[in-house]
Design a protein around this ligand. Structure first.
Ligand code: SAM
Ligand code: SF4
Length: 412
């Protein structure tokens, strides 16, 4: 980040930051920022390129070498921010032990949640800053009544090139075709076991057959590449890993094993040991690392380390948020169903956009990118990690303060 904004520089094309404007977003609470934006009013529409293409904007970190048609937003650590995970609901038709507290979800007031118009406005604001990939998630996105129209709306936003959706698959048999028509390119499906009793136990009552029917329908529907997400639970054994991995021999799917993250309200938060993703390789001695030359377009940029079983139709992925975190290359922002931008899954800092105009949402995105933490506080040991993990309130210093949220209330 340049220390000073040279007086001879023109306004930044991305955020219209002006020479002489010294205020920085760092350390300001979301409430304070919103006050500041509102007092200042809408920024000018004209956004010329910075004069010096070598420097990033001091305020929004837009790269001076990027062009209007190829927006690139970088955070203070130089990470390009291009990916938004949009949670459309906190509700779900399952209650997985690692995701949700046993009592399930308390239904919130309709007026506290983002409307479809606000979600689409937020996607437009993010896209105007360089986000080109959106993943729709939740809760379970397919229980959201207007999910098809939300997907269609996202697809129409200028700049959005990829639309993905994460689901437990239960409702896919009746919805897969409509989702494809609504413009969803790719589906990730959560499946942690192929044992019906264990599935019932993990999901607190779900039926494995329903999820498998969902998977088979999705395979017939022609999505680009289906990825199966399997969370590694303390009792995930060798045989389970092998059975799940063998899905890559049967179907053109990737199976990704994910370390269980301790979140408020889940078993991991009560101190159970997690299984490192590397254990998966012990169960699959024949798995070979995937060569760069064998990677397909959907493999590039993934946070998973990729392997392949001989003769398989898909990859095995290891996703290790704990043992080998990927914070240094994190390109994500999350937007919760109740309208909070979260720059990091494990950091309670949030920027509320409920009720904001397009310009205000844009400013909030800029602020959240400016304040994206360097890394997962569980690993980097920032003070707020303790608050997050125990579910205590961590205050951003102003009007917006949040308790740690369970995964279904963030959007995994
Ligand atoms: N309901 C959808 C589903 O289950 O795919 C979407 C929402 S779910 C929160 C998104 C993803 O987060 C799922 O793949 C789930 O396995 C993962 N997830 C939830 N809690 C997790 C945890 N504590 N650690 C790791 N992954 C988790
Ligand atoms: Fe629901 Fe997905 Fe959470 Fe399971 S992981 S409870 S399916 S939101």
């Amino acid at each position: 980040m340049p220390a000073d904004f040279p007086e001879n520089r023109r306004k930044c094309f991305m955020c219209a930051g002006q020479p002489g404007e010294r205020e920085t977003y760092a350390g300001k609470s979301a409430g304070k920022l919103l006050q500041m934006f509102r007092a200042r009013g809408s920024r000018e529409k004209e956004k010329p390129l910075p004069a010096n293409p070598q420097e990033n904007c001091f305020r929004c970190f837009a790269s001076g070498s990027s062009r209007e048609k190829e927006r690139i937003m970088q955070d203070p650590k130089g990470r390009t921010i291009s990916y938004l995970r949009l949670s459309v609901t906190e509700l779900c038709n399952l209650r997985c032990r690692y995701c949700m507290p046993p009592e399930g979800v308390v239904k919130r007031r309709h007026e506290d949640m983002l409307t479809q118009e606000e979600m689409l406005c937020a996607v437009r604001a993010a896209a105007s800053l360089g986000v080109y990939k959106v993943r729709v998630t939740g809760g379970e996105p397919l229980v959201k009544k207007n999910i098809l129209s939300i997907c269609r709306g996202i697809r129409e936003v200028e700049g959005i090139r990829e639309l993905c959706l994460t689901t437990n698959g239960i409702l896919l048999p009746q919805m897969a075709e409509d989702l494809r028509e609504a413009g969803v390119d790719r589906i990730n499906l959560s499946l942690d076991t192929l044992d019906a009793d264990r599935y019932r136990l993990i999901t607190r009552g779900g039926e494995l057959q329903d999820a498998l029917r969902g998977l088979k329908t999705a395979l017939r529907t022609g999505f680009d590449r289906i990825k199966i997400n399997a969370v590694l639970l303390p009792d995930t054994g060798t045989e389970e890993v092998q059975k799940l991995a063998s899905l890559t021999m049967q179907y053109p799917v990737d199976v990704r094993f994910i370390e269980m993250m301790p979140m408020p309200g889940n078993d991991g938060a009560r101190g159970q040991s997690f299984i490192p993703a590397s254990k998966v390789l012990d169960a699959l001695p024949a798995a070979e690392p995937l060569e760069q030359s064998e990677m397909k377009s959907w493999d590039r940029g993934t946070v998973a380390r990729l392997y392949r079983l001989p003769g398989s139709r898909g990859n095995i992925g290891l996703i290790s948020p704990l043992s080998a975190h990927f914070c240094a290359s994190c390109s994500r922002l999350r937007l919760t169903a109740d309208g909070h931008i979260r720059p990091c899954l494990h950091d309670s800092r949030e920027y509320r956009i409920k009720g904001c105009t397009f310009e205000e949402m844009r400013e909030m995105f800029i602020a959240s990118i400016n304040n994206k933490p360097a890394g997962n506080p569980m690993i980097f040991g920032e003070d707020r990690a303790g608050a997050e993990m125990t579910g205590k309130v961590f205050s951003t210093g102003g009007g917006i303060a949040t308790a740690g949220r369970s995964m279904n209330r963030i959007g995994g």
